[in-house]
Design a protein around this ligand. Structure first.
Ligand code: SF4
Ligand code: SF4
Length: 223
């Protein structure tokens, strides 16, 4: 039996409306698409991104290397380093290399837990894409030469930045700025401060009357 043209028109319109219903619904729904990198992504507070590293506090103890399950941390230094309690920075041998191979890193943070100096942490950089495999190894000692704690994404190095990116970059700069001199010092050998000589213990009274006490100020023996 032939279908009437009116019936055909009705069915076509009905089909279009059913299809458009989904589109219409999303027109009024909350927007979830982020125009990244022009708008900031939402990262959770304990997000684990590329590390930050305080080179001036690192004693090159290699606890992080031993803790890393995939052996992707590389450390080289010219001699032992020791924490100087007065300045709160490590002194001694130069840090010639502290690097992480991010083609292997699992972002497990076991290295962070192992660091007794608390000079290592997981940052919020998650988008540091590179163009070849060699560049997946981040040389933090090279970053320290530039006064940086953590690698910056390539797109963050553009001449014009959206305001939130500029603010984030400035926050990173501010984090490292006060320690920049110390960071650079860690790249060369620094003398370890000698501990101050301990004060001589007070001599017991019995010793004061001994013959050796005659070298000291004249103090007649009692009696
Ligand atoms: S555990 Fe900490 S102090 Fe020791 S080498 Fe690693 S980063 Fe440096
Ligand atoms: S986060 Fe895990 S895998 Fe990455 S360097 Fe640290 S210990 Fe190694």
């Amino acid at each position: 039996m032939p279908v009437s043209p009116l019936r055909n028109i009705y069915e076509s319109l009905k089909t279009i409306l059913i299809g458009m219903r989904v589109t219409l619904k999303y027109n009024f729904a909350r927007t979830v698409t982020v125009q990244y990198p022009d708008a900031p992504p939402t990262l959770q507070p304990r997000f684990r991104g590329f590390h930050w590293y305080l080179i001036e506090k690192c004693t090159a103890c290699k606890a992080c290397v031993r803790a890393c399950p995939v052996d992707c941390i590389y450390i080289e230094n010219t001699g032992p380093r020791k924490m100087d309690k007065e300045t709160g920075t490590a002194r001694g041998g130069a840090m010639t290399r502290w690097a992480v191979d991010y083609s292997k890193c699992m972002f497990c943070a076991l290295c962070v837990d192992a660091c007794a100096m608390e000079c290592l942490g997981m940052g919020d950089v998650h988008d540091n894409s590179v163009y070849n495999r060699e560049d997946t190894v981040v040389e933090f000692t090279e970053l320290a030469k530039q006064g940086l704690r953590t690698p910056q994404p390539i797109w963050m190095q553009k001449a014009t930045l959206p305001p939130w990116v500029a603010a984030r970059k400035e926050a990173w700069d501010a984090l490292a700025r006060p320690a920049r001199d110390e960071m650079r010092k860690s790249l060369s050998e620094q003398p370890v401060a000698k501990p101050a000589p301990a004060a001589a213990p007070a001599k017991p009274a019995s010793e004061a009357s001994s013959p050796r006490a005659a070298d000291g100020p004249a103090e007649p023996p009692a009696g």
